[in-house]
Each structure stands twice: as C-alpha cells, then as structure tokens.
Write a protein that binds this ligand. Sequence first.
Ligand code: HEM
Length: 228
Amino acid sequence: MSWVTKTLSSTLGRKLIMALTGLFLILFLTGHVSGNLLLFKNDGGQAFNIYAKFMTTNPAVKLLSYLTYISVIGHVIYSILLSQLNKTARPVGYAETKSSKNSSSASRNMGVLGTIILVFLIIHMQSFWYQMHWGDLPIVSYDGEEYKDLFSIVSFAFQSELMVIGYVIAMGFLGFHLSHGFASAFQTLGLNHKKYSPAIEGLGKIYSILVPILFASMPVYIYFTSLS
Ligand code: HEM
C-alpha cells in the first residue's frame, strides 16, 4: 500500500479530507452568500442575472465550481467512511458516556445535521442550479446582450411559503453544522494554538450565525416584497 492510500484509509487521513473539503466549502459559502446579496438590489434582477451569467461561463469560476462539486462529494463520502472506521474501532461504545457534558449537541449530531443539509442541497440544486444550466429559462436582454432570467426562477420559488419555511429551517441546521465544523477543521489541521484558538473559535461563531442568517433573509425578503 502506498503512503497516499495508507494515509487516506487512516482515521487521521479521513479527518484531513473532511477538514480540507469543509474549509473549501466554507470559502464557497462566503462567495455564494456575497454574490446572492444582489437579490436585494431593487433592479428587477438585472445585477443578479449578469452575475449568474458570469459565474456559469467564466472559465476560472467554472474551475472553482468543479472543485466545489468534488468537495461536496468528498465531504459526504469521507464522513461515511470516517463513521464506519469509528464504529469498527469502537463497536460497543463506552460503558459510561457523559457526552452531553464533554461535547456540544452540534458536535454529537454532525452526521444528522450533514444529512439534512445534503437533502436541502439536492432540492436546492434541482430548483436553481439545474434550471440555470439545462432548464428552459426566459431570456432577458440588457444593453443588447442576452441573459438567462435566473432571477425570475428564484423569485418565483420564494413566493411559496413552504419553500421559504424550508429554507429558513435548513439554514438553522446549517448554522449548527458550521458552529462545530469551522473550529473543528482548524483543530484537525493542527492550527490550534493557545494564542489563535480563541480568535478562530470567535470567528467560527460569528460566521455560523451571520452566513445562515444572510441566506435565510433572502427567501424571506423576496416573499414579503412579492406580497406588496
Ligand atoms: C437563500 C439562499 C440561497 C440562494 C438564493 C441560492 C441561490 C443559488 C442559485 C441561483 C444557484 C444557481 C446559480 C449557479 O449555478 O451558479 C445556486 C447554486 C448553488 N448553490 Fe445556492 N443559494 C442559496 C443557498 C445555498 C446554500 C446554503 C448552499 C450550501 C449549503 C448552496 C449551495 C449551492 C451550490 C453547491 C450551488 C452550485 C454552485 C456551482 O455550480 O458552482 N446554496 N444557488
């Protein structure tokens, strides 16, 4: 077995893959939430549609997209492999567990939270990403150039109470997942230092509250503006 295969099949190797893919997805979410803020611009979706075209056609961004897909798939597969390895190492479990004292509920439920986010992601990709790439979207024209009207699909989706409630709940789960995942990734990579750990933990807390709130505010904003 080469050292690469050996590392990737060890607990530490699998944790490293989880940490690296997780950190990449944190970067992706930062970019995604920032770009989607254009949904708040009161211009009938022009800035958002121009941004969506750039994000789906620019070669450098396309490369980042492929890295995102690989990271999502890798993060999911390695979470399953890691939990299998943990079960083989400790098939019966500890006789006495004081888990609620020793760890947060988010850290004990990362698998459940991750599964809920995966279900959200499948619905999300079908609703928007699939439509942008292969759907029959209306075409709009700005300054003589044609664009797919992704804004109309997004604003139509968020006129449904069920979608809005589903998104808000899913963002709550995302927040809990990130609240443990953020600091945990740095710890796995050995970047926990007495001096920097409190700052990383603080940043993780702010991130895991701010990003889900910003995401959740988009469907809520679109829903209420569509009523008026
Ligand atoms: C209200 C919040 C959100 C809105 C309005 C939104 C909107 C969109 C839209 C319109 C697309 C298709 C455009 C494209 O393909 O680039 C997209 C793609 C995507 N979204 Fe979201 N999104 C939201 C939240 C999220 C969250 C929380 C996640 C992850 C947990 C996520 C993950 C993705 C991924 C992985 C893609 C594919 C990106 C790519 O092809 O590079 N989105 N989103």
